[in-house]
Design a protein around this ligand. Structure first.
Ligand SMILES: [Zn+2]
Length: 206
């Protein structure tokens, strides 16, 4: 098996391993750079981009300058810790369900057991881009999407349900006993209420 082995093989092998490691680190660097670039354009907080890419604050500031993105074009303050703002409206609950319906499509292959922050960041960004391509006027922010994924994965607070009128997909809060309706049915109901109010007013004036 070792017959004919050349004296320089071990060093060749080491060089190959070094090249492989360097290649891995170069690949990772390129992935981090690309994710940071995408998140900067999505106006994501520096704190969140640092967590996902490991880039320093200075490095992100330099990248922002190179991309000619103003320092004001990003969210400030701590990332959201609650989905209350998103889920308190019928539109938010409907959007949350629509975006959550994309999660299984972007799921990692089963063979990948452990995922890194970079993997999660890239996957969430892919979902976010796909959702915005479908619904560009969305008010859902990238960090809300991250929180939504984590909350749904835990499974104790939210669940996908059906609108009680049209049976369309909607995001339900588990402890909320009343069955909410989707944004579409809600807007229909509001316009019906408005026309009923106008009818009432016209009748009382005549
Ligand atoms: Zn509905």
């Amino acid at each position: 098996m070792f017959r004919g082995r050349r004296m320089d093989e071990p060093s060749n092998w080491n060089e190959a391993m070094d090249a492989h490691r360097n290649d891995d680190s170069v690949t990772r660097e390129i992935r981090c750079f690309e994710l940071a670039r995408r998140l900067i354009f999505h106006e994501v907080r520096t704190q969140t981009i640092r967590k996902l890419t490991g880039f320093s604050r200075n490095r992100l500031a330099t990248l922002r300058r190179r991309l000619k993105v103003s320092d004001d074009a990003r969210r400030h303050g701590p990332p959201p810790r609650s989905l209350d703002v998103l889920l308190r409206t019928a539109r938010g609950r409907t959007e949350a369900a629509a975006v959550a319906a994309l999660f299984p499509i972007f799921k990692h292959p089963v063979s990948i057991q452990r995922t890194s922050a970079l993997d999660d960041g890239e996957q969430t960004c892919d979902i976010y881009d796909a959702y915005l391509a479908y619904y560009p006027q969305s008010n859902v922010r990238f960090e809300e999407l991250m929180l939504l994924r984590r909350t749904l994965a835990k499974g104790d607070l939210l669940e996908l349900g059906l609108c009680r009128i049209c049976k369309g997909l909607i995001m339900n809060i588990r402890i909320d006993r009343c069955r909410p309706i989707c944004a579409h049915c809600n807007s229909l109901r509001e316009s019906e209420q408005d026309s009923a109010f106008l009818d009432e007013k016209t009748t009382s004036l005549s």
